[in-house]
Design a binder for this molecule. Structure first.
Ligand code: FEO
Length: 396
C-alpha cells in the first residue's frame, strides 16, 4: 500500500503495476507503471480517476484506508487503465455520482453498461463542484489529451491540477510519490517515452491545453502516471511545452534493421563518422531488437534521423517499416533525414522507399546511399559525406 497525504484533505491512493508486460498491449514496461488516483476530502469526498481493473483489490483497500464514503467519482479520462475499476467503485459506493463530460458519460455507458442517468453529473468546460470545507473543484475540457473525452480538474485551494495522462510517465513509483523525494531524471526519461508513444500524436491538442491552462497557478501536477510534480513543475512544464511543439535538439538517431549484420556494420561506421564530425549525442537502435517506444522517445528529441534498411521482398525490412509507420502516425516534425539501404540483387529499393517516406513527412534529406551486399571502400566515402552534411544540419 502506497498511500500518501499530499496536503490537508488530499491523498494519493494509486497503485503500481509491475506485472503487465506491454502497456496498451504494445509498449514495453520494464520498469512497470503506476495508475494514479486521488482523494479530495472536504465536507464531501471526491475520488479522482480510478485504476486498471487488475488492481481492484489493492485499490479498494487504498481508498477504504482513507475514507469509507465517496460522494463523487471524477472521471478525467476513460482509457481503461484509469476507468477499469469504475464499475466496482460505482457498485461499492451506491450513492456516488459520476462526474464527467458528455463524451465520457457516453463511454461509461458503452464500456461498462452503467445507464442509470441519476448516477451521472455532467459537467461542461469551466463548471465547478464545491465539496465544502474550502475544496472547490473546477473542470477544464482538454479534448484529445489523450482521448476526446479528456478533461483536467483543478483544486484552487491547493493550486493542484489533476492532469490525466498529461505530464505522466512510465515507471512504477519506487517508494516516493512526490518529485522532491524521487529521481527526477529517471522519471523525465520515462515521461519522454510515454509522451512519444502515447500522447505525442496529439501534440497540437497538448499545446491548446497548455495555453488554456496557462493562467492557473500550479503548486502540484497530479498526473495519472508517475510522480506528483511539485518541486520540478517549471522544468516539467517546460519539457512538455517543447515536446508538444516538436522542438528538436542537436543529436542524431540512427534506426536500422539488419538480417545478417552487413547493414549493422554500415550503421556502426556511420556512428563513428558522426562522432568524428563533432556530434556527441548519437543513438543507434536496432529496430528488430529494441522496443519501439524507446526508439520513438529519442527520435522525438533529436533533430537528425538516419534510417537504414535491407531490401526485403522488394520492400523495407519489416521492423523498419513498422518504425516508419510509427513516425508517420505521429506526424513527426523538425527533423532532417538520411536514407541508407542495402541490397543483394534489387538495387536502390530500400533507400528510395525511406527517402520517399521522409519526403512525405516534409523531412529534408541530407543524403542517401545504397550498399550492395557488404560495406566496401565506396561505403566509407558515402558515409563520410552523409556525416558531414548531417552534422552541419543538426548544428544549424
Ligand atoms: Fe493512461 Fe490514455 O491512459
Amino acid at each position: 500500500m502506497n498511500i500518501k497525504q499530499l496536503t490537508d484533505g488530499v491523498f494519493y491512493v494509486g497503485v503500481n503495476d509491475r506485472t503487465t508486460v506491454h502497456f496498451e498491449g504494445l509498449w514495453d514496461l520494464p520498469k512497470g507503471v503506476s495508475y494514479n488516483s486521488y482523494i479530495v476530502a472536504g465536507e464531501k469526498t471526491a475520488l479522482i480517476d480510478t485504476v486498471a481493473i487488475g488492481s481492484i483489490g489493492e485499490y479498494l483497500a487504498n481508498v477504504l484506508s482513507v475514507t469509507d464514503s465517496v460522494d463523487y467519482l471524477i472521471v478525467n479520462h476513460m482509457e481503461p487503465d484509469h476507468s477499469g475499476a469504475l464499475p466496482e467503485i460505482a457498485a461499492r459506493f451506491p450513492g456516488l455520482r459520476i462526474v464527467a463530460d458528455k463524451i465520457a458519460i457516453g463511454m461509461i455507458k458503452g464500456f461498462y453498461g452503467i445507464t442509470d442517468e441519476s448516477r451521472f453529473l455532467e459537467v461542461k468546460d469551466g463548471d465547478t463542484l464545491d465539496l465544502g470545507g474550502g475544496k472547490l473543484l473546477s473542470f477544464h475540457l482538454t479534448p484529445m489529451v489523450h482521448w476526446p473525452e479528456t478533461m483536467m480538474t483543478y483544486l484552487a485551494s491547493e493550486q493542484m491540477l489533476f492532469s490525466g495522462d498529461a505530464f505522466g510517465t512510465f515507471g512504477a513509483l519506487n517508494g516516493a510519490v512526490t518529485d522532491d523525494r524521487c529521481d527526477v531524471d529517471y522519471y523525465e526519461a520515462e515521461m519522454r517515452r510515454y509522451y512519444a508513444a502515447i500522447v505525442g500524436k496529439y501534440s497540437p491538442f497538448v499545446q491548446k491545453a497548455l495555453k488554456k491552462l496557462a493562467g492557473l497557478p500550479l503548486g502540484y501536477i497530479c498526473s495519472t502516471h508517475g510522480p506528483v510534480w511539485h518541486r520540478e513543475i517549471s522544468r516539467i512544464v517546460d519539457i512538455y511545452d517543447r515536446m508538444s511543439r516538436q522542438e528538436t535538439e542537436e543529436g542524431v538517431v540512427i534506426v536500422y534493421g539488419s538480417m545478417y549484420g552487413n547493414t549493422g556494420k554500415l550503421v556502426d561506421s556511420l556512428a563513428v563518422a558522426m562522432n568524428q564530425e563533432g556530434v556527441d549525442k548519437v543513438r543507434v537502435f536496432n529496430a528488430g531488437e529494441t522496443g519501439l517506444s524507446f526508439i520513438l522517445s529519442e527520435v522525438w528529441r533529436y533533430k537528425g534521423l538516419i534510417v537504414a534498411s535491407p531490401t526485403y521482398s522488394m520492400d523495407l525490412f519489416p521492423p523498419v517499416e513498422a518504425f516508419m509507420k510509427a513516425i508517420e502516425i505521429r506526424e513527426m516534425k523538425n527533423h532532417v533525414g538520411a536514407a541508407l539501404g542495402s541490397f543483394a540483387w534489387a538495387p536502390g529499393i530500400a533507400a528510395k522507399k525511406i527517402e520517399e517516406r521522409m519526403a512525405a513527412l516534409g523531412m529534408p534529406l541530407v543524403g542517401r546511399y545504397s550498399m550492395k551486399m557488404a560495406p566496401d571502400a565506396s561505403s566509407d566515402t558515402a558515409l563520410k559525406q552523409i556525416a558531414v552534411e548531417m552534422a552541419a544540419a543538426v548544428k544549424a
